[in-house]
Design a binder for this molecule. Sequence first.
Ligand code: KG4
Ligand code: ZN
Length: 353
Amino acid sequence: MIVLGIESSCDETAAAVVKDGYKLRSNVVLSSMDLQAAYGGVVPEIAARSHIEAIDTVIEQALDQASCTWDDIDAIAVTYGAGLGGSLLIGVLSARTLAITKNKPLYAINHVEGHAYANFITETTLPGYTLPGKQPEFPVLALIVSGGHSQLVLFRNHFDYTLLGQAQDDAIGEAFDKVAKILGLPYPGGPSVNKMAVGGDENAFAFPKAKLAGKYDFSFSGVKTAVLRTAQAQIGKDFTFPSKDIAARLSEAQKADIAASFQKTAIETVVDKAILAYEEFQPKTVLIAGGVAANPEVRRRLQARLSIPLTWTDPKLCTDNGAMIATLGCFMAMRNRPMADPYTLDIAPNLSM
Ligand code: KG4
Ligand code: ZN
């Protein structure tokens, strides 16, 4: 079963070919991040425009890199939600057109579910990938943490899962991005805050961890505001001082301390809940997925509190990519899940798990 996966939910235009749900044959990701960086975040119109310009080439490159022709492709899988409407539309319309013209089955993929499936890729001949040694064993507890999502999911089997909890406001990656902005660090904020935190004192500031009604739900807006107030106080200003003017007045040491203290609190927030679920459900596998899983500190802190090895994959498969979409597409095809209608498949920007 050879599946072409197409992903365009945010600012990455991505396509990949995966065989049998474990073998990565190609993975092409083109990010419009450089165009977005000047604005300190993703501008939906810029992202959509970039997808239009890039998608045909990215798909061709994915086939080339896999040494595939259209004859070799058994099915097409595409992200149809959640994500930015304009961005999703480009991937979905491309996939629909290809499914019709190349006469291939089409599978509609939930982006967040896809993130977890990146961990099912165990083999590749592509250079520069560090992959898990074996596929996750069910039941799987998945902590999916990205720029748009923070989810804790219990998979009993393929296509049999329960969403235990999720972010009620900002996602964790979004909080990293906003804190980076306050500290004057480049977008995307995850890697920049992580870098700035090195050498900082993580106990310099005690930021709050939100208490929510849902046992496994998260919230990050409180810590984000606490970072803003702390940064204002550090430069001797009150809450009326504009956030865009703070960074220039903070010393490198103050920035490092704020970054380290924020990172510790944000990570502990998700790790605490993951451990709670680990103890309650006793899964055979705990995996971490999504862009924030690329942060070594979140993996280290989660692993430290688990009695089984944490499953995680190469950072290139943690951030948005087509391989995770193709992998889930393989499982849908191999397990006879319903196909999408290429004439009617619509986008679902607010799709939940
Ligand atoms: O999964 P992803 O590529 O896109 C979404 O589905 O949202 O995740 C992007 C997010 C961004 O917020 C970025 O700041 C964060 O992942 N990220 C990181 C790291 N690398 C990317 N966060 C923390 N540490 C990192 N090393
Ligand atoms: Zn994502």
